[in-house]
Design a protein around this ligand. Structure first.
Ligand SMILES: [Zn+2]
Length: 236
């Protein structure tokens, strides 16, 4: 997609007013709507996301940003979509929302009940051999806040639009943190995996395996001191 925005002059947005909206998501939304076509930085988002009364800085602003994309249907670009944006720079090109955003097929009531029963009222996210296992209503020790389990279709919707609301095998129960993680893993527009996000949230051991793979792939070796050298057979 070659647009004339491929190599634009970078214009940064500003915090022009006080944002007193009740939720973190609404405040971030208002900041972007005030700065259409301009770059918003991580610091600006955090500043606006911070509770105007208690001055409490939310740790989960990144999840809210992700919901503006997936649930509200806004386009918010980042360096992953546009190479000229730096990491932690974001840009909303227009106030247009995708109409079908957030309209997801859900399991019917009995199916969801059966899923929760199978899940033992705990998050079913699995990574390696580890199940998340956070129980409904307890406090998430990593993300903070009360755990609320919601249904997740195991295959992303863009790949399988014929979701069966009655088939319990197609559904799993996920905590809020893992719902967001899954959304980050899959680009719901293209159905492609977001490899970067997956590696970012993987364990150190997994990262080491990927690191070694990439060194080898690009034709580098690491010596015992940790220095990296190019080998002759380096591929491109
Ligand atoms: Zn979980």
């Amino acid at each position: 997609m070659a647009k004339k925005t491929d190599n634009p002059e970078k214009i940064y947005g500003k915090i022009k007013r006080k944002y007193t909206q009740k939720s973190v998501k609404e405040r971030i939304e208002a900041l972007f709507l005030d700065n259409i076509g301009k770059i918003i930085t991580r610091e600006q988002i955090i500043k606006v996301a911070t509770d105007p009364k208690t001055k409490k800085q939310p740790e989960n602003w990144h999840q809210r940003l992700s919901e503006l994309r997936t649930d509200n249907g806004y386009t918010i670009l980042s360096w992953r979509n546009r190479g000229w944006l730096r990491v932690e720079e974001y840009l909303m090109p227009s106030s247009e929302k995708r109409i079908n955003a957030g309209k997801r097929v859900k399991p019917d009531k009995n199916t969801w009940k059966a899923v929760l029963q199978r899940a033992n009222d705990a998050c079913e996210w699995t990574e390696g051999n580890k199940i998340c296992g956070l129980k409904q209503g307890t406090i998430d020790p990593i993300g903070g806040g009360k755990v609320k389990l919601t249904p997740d279709h195991k295959n992303p919707h863009s790949i399988n639009p014929d979701t069966d609301p009655k088939d319990i095998n197609q559904w799993q129960a996920l905590c809020g943190r893992h719902q967001v993680m899954k959304k980050n893993y899959w680009d719901t527009n293209t159905g492609k995996m977001n490899v970067y996000a997956i590696i970012q949230s993987s364990t150190v051991t997994e990262k080491e395996i990927v690191f070694k793979f990439l060194l080898d792939y690009f034709g580098y070796v690491q010596d015992e001191q940790g220095n990296i050298h190019k080998t002759k057979r380096g591929k491109k």
